[in-house]
Design a protein around this ligand. Structure first.
Ligand code: F6P
Length: 512
């Protein structure tokens, strides 16, 4: 692979003076550098990647063994080697055939859990699940953090146009303000509390769960649901087995919205819409598994990422959905991408030979245009941008506003590429700044499933090329351990062993 990296860098050096605009002298540039999957289109033509570079990138993917690793993942092999686990979030949305883990088909259990979720969601949405006082449940507070929060919270907002179930509020931060703000307009007599935690040990979630239990009072017994892999711990917490939805340890937290962690989304939009969401994810799985690499949307998005991160040396990328209902998507993708690929050692434990996961950030358009686009257009750093836009909105009466949204999205990617000359230097925009655009028909449960699965597989392919394990997250442990050790120091314990800054800050924060 080293020779391919060298050839890629040589390609970049040889084309350093060529502007992206010049690539459109070829009338086929857009046709050649876009690809489609089930109604979704990825346009990666406004990048500096030329045909020779793409050929080398595809060769890089093949030599890295992307296809074999992909097939190993879908086959249930334990590719998460540091935790000795399979990686099978795809099984949660699988629509055909068996999925074997250690020789056992897991689909019957996946399907029975999905059916249980559906029964529970339907009963609650139809008012058949009663609160402790015999009245209805009219709202939900979902407690979780990281993958146990970001997916459902993003999904409920994304599918707001389909939300016909109870109001859903999300609590994640250990800061008491979060539960306070979420609960102050909720009636404990009318509220179901979901405690979502794969491990059922995460301090933020378990602390908020205890607070919620007290807040529910008499309702605690019948108005709490647990979602976890640790069924012993949910029982210890006192949640009855028929209110526990379990999932296997081969579902990673940041990949878990497709299963029981997605219960808040199913409560919001109903089992049928949730099934459409799963179908969209499965459709992208099928595309990823069977489309030739040269037409494969997750592969091409990943190779664009490799080109920008490793060859153009851009350390960050911006995700800019021109869709207000996708305003939580950048936060979701931060965990998906940065907790998966923010790694510095390879699968064999050696330091990585290439820079790995970029800093992922972003905000819904058009708002970002009034926040950080100045830097995107005139800053000293080049940031590859990933735009997303629907052909059709959900507000037919405001079609003119959706036309404006589309015009802004397309204008930004064109402006970044073209730039603007000016005799006044402070007015000039250098242009030649790359972007991709993902265009989809409408933000439906199906297209949301496609988008999430697309990015999951893009992260996977980048991780394979970098030779890292995208499915563990040992880096988050140190902070958690140190927080636990610091707590007694905040309560008057001996801080003498600490550094001067920590000691000074402990004193400054001594609220007495
Ligand atoms: O951020 C670390 C992490 O383990 C994530 O991977 C996970 O999504 C989150 O904490 C919450 O974990 P749990 O679902 O076990 O509470």
């Amino acid at each position: 692979m080293d020779s391919i990296w060298r050839m890629l860098r040589a390609n970049r050096a040889a084309s350093a003076d060529r502007r992206i605009m010049a690539l459109f002298d070829d009338p086929m540039r857009f046709a050649d550098f876009s690809t489609s999957a089930d109604g979704m289109l990825l346009d990666y033509s406004k990048t500096s990647m030329d045909k020779d570079a793409r050929k080398l990138l595809l060769q890089l993917a093949r030599e890295a063994g992307v296809e074999a690793r992909r097939d190993a993942m879908f086959a249930g092999e334990k590719i998460n080697i540091s935790e000795n686990r399979a990686v099978l979030h795809t099984a949660l949305r699988n629509q055909s055939g068996a999925v074997l883990v250690e020789g056992r088909d897991v689909m019957p259990e996946v399907r029975s859990t999905l059916a249980r979720m559906g029964d529970f969601a339907t009963a609650l949405r139809q008012g058949e699940i009663k609160a402790a006082d015999g009245g209805p449940i009219t709202e939900v507070i979902s407690i979780g953090i990281g993958g146990s929060d970001l997916g459902p919270a993003m999904g409920v907002k994304a599918l707001g146009a389909y939300h016909d179930g109870p109001k859903i509020r999300f609590v994640s931060n250990i800061d008491g303000a979060h539960f306070t703000e979420a609960s102050k307009r909720a009636d404990p007599a009318r509220t179901l509390v979901i405690v979502a935690s794969k491990t059922f040990t995460t301090i933020e979630t378990m602390t908020n769960a205890e607070t919620a239990k007290k807040w529910l009072g008499a309702g605690a017994e019948s108005q709490m649901v647990a979602i976890s892999s640790a069924l012993d711990k949910t029982a210890d917490f006192g949640i009855p087995a028929d209110r526990v939805f379990g999932f296997a340890d081969w579902v990673g937290g940041r990949y878990s919205v497709w299963g029981p962690i997605g219960l808040p989304l199913m409560l919001a939009v109903g089992p049928e819409r949730f099934a459409e969401f799963l179908a969209g994810g499965h459709a992208m799985d099928q595309h990823f598994r069977h489309a030739p690499l040269s037409e494969n949307m997750p592969v091409l998005l990943a190779l664009t990422g490799i080109w920008h991160r490793n060859i153009c040396d851009y350390p960050t990328r911006a995700v800019l959905p021109y869709d207000q209902r996708l305003s939580r998507l950048p936060a979701y993708l931060q965990q998906l991408d940065m907790e998966s690929n923010g790694k510095r050692v390879a699968l064999d434990g050696a330091p990585v030979s290439q820079p790995t996961g970029p800093v992922v950030w972003g905000q819904a358009g058009t708002n970002g245009q009034h926040a950080f686009y100045q830097l995107l257009h005139q800053g000293s750093n080049v940031v590859p941008c990933e735009f997303m836009i629907a052909a059709e909105g959900h507000e037919p009466a405001l079609k003119h506003q959706h036309d404006l949204l589309k015009a802004n999205c397309l204008a930004q990617s064109e402006a970044l590429m073209r730039g603007k000359q000016s005799r006044a230097p402070y007015r000039a925009c250098p242009g030649n700044r790359p972007s991709t655009t993902l265009a989809y028909p409408k933000l439906t449960p199906f297209t949301l499933g496609q988008i999430i699965a697309l990015y999951e597989h893009r992260v996977f392919v980048e991780g394979v090329i970098w030779g890292i394990n995208s499915f563990d997250q040992w880096g988050v442990e140190l902070g958690k351990e140190m927080a636990t050790a610091l707590l007694p120091l905040l309560q008057g314990g001996d801080s003498s062993g600490k550094d001067g800054s920590t000691i000074g800050l402990l004193k400054a924060l001594d609220a007495g």
